[in-house]
Write a protein that binds this ligand. Structure first.
Ligand SMILES: N[C@@H](CCC(=O)N[C@@H](CS)C(=O)NCC(=O)O)C(=O)O
Length: 222
């Protein structure tokens, strides 16, 4: 299996999550740009026929349609990473740890993701409530990452980046868009740098390349 179609919007952190995973794995795909804003095309009849929940991104591979980004990352790694290191699902210790982090990734989408949409697109949600929830989720990420650092580790699970890192990265990286700066989160800052220095890393508006890291010994994700 080598090809899929991604329905995507350039300013969406959730869509970027899947684009980033595909880039890191070197998986080619077709892109369909959806006018999420100001067109609200994701709620058009044609798009709702594909995804009745009216969200982006949508991944289509033959008859398979996925609407949850965490599932998309799992699908990509399962089908396109012969090493199994990006998603060590069968490992009795690492597999459940990855799933644990995917829970936080989903919560970050509903907190930091919505807080950002509210800040940049005036999304009709309670801005203060989602910002507060986002702060709590970022504090949790910081605490758990500090534990990892104290254990001498860079990545969220094991000693290799996994879909857990990619699932949590976009909404954490873009939280300053919602006024949630990284100054008080040193462990998050270092981890964001580590993800951004991965070979094959791609950017989106608001997340830049780390030119200063180009001279560094590249991490070997395989
Ligand atoms: N089910 C998705 C949700 C992703 C999500 O929240 N996407 C936003 C765009 S970044 C969206 O489509 N929102 C639809 C809307 O609020 O109308 C996931 O996998 O996390």
């Amino acid at each position: 299996m080598s090809h899929f179609t991604l329905y995507t919007y350039v300013l969406s952190a959730s869509c970027y999550k899947v684009r980033l995973m595909a880039a890191l794995l070197g998986v080619p795909y077709d892109s369909v740009a959806v006018n999420f804003y100001p067109g609200f095309e994701h709620r058009s009849e044609a798009m709702l026929a594909l995804n009745p929940w009216g969200t982006l991104p949508i991944l289509r591979a033959g008859d398979l349609v996925l609407t949850e980004t965490q599932a998309m990352l799992g699908w990509l790694a399962t089908n396109h990473d012969p090493t199994g290191r990006w998603y060590p699902a069968a490992d009795p210790a690492l597999g459940p740890q990855v799933l644990q982090w995917l829970g936080l990734a989903a919560r970050l989408t509903g907190s930091a993701g919505l807080a950002r949409l509210h800040a940049i697109l005036d999304w009709p949600v309670d801005g203060e409530a989602v910002r507060k929830a986002a702060l709590k989720d970022l504090q949790e990420l910081e605490l758990l990452l500090t534990d990892r650092v104290l254990a001498g580790q860079t990545w969220l699970v094991g000693d290799h980046p996994t879909i857990a890192d990619i699932a949590c990265f976009p909404h954490a990286a873009l939280s300053p868009d919602a006024g949630l700066e990284h100054d008080g989160f040193p462990a998050i800052r270092n981890w964001l740098y580590a993800v951004r220095s991965l070979p094959g890393f791609v950017t989106m508006p608001g997340i830049h390349e780390l030119h200063e890291l180009r001279e560094r010994e590249p991490a070997d994700p395989q």
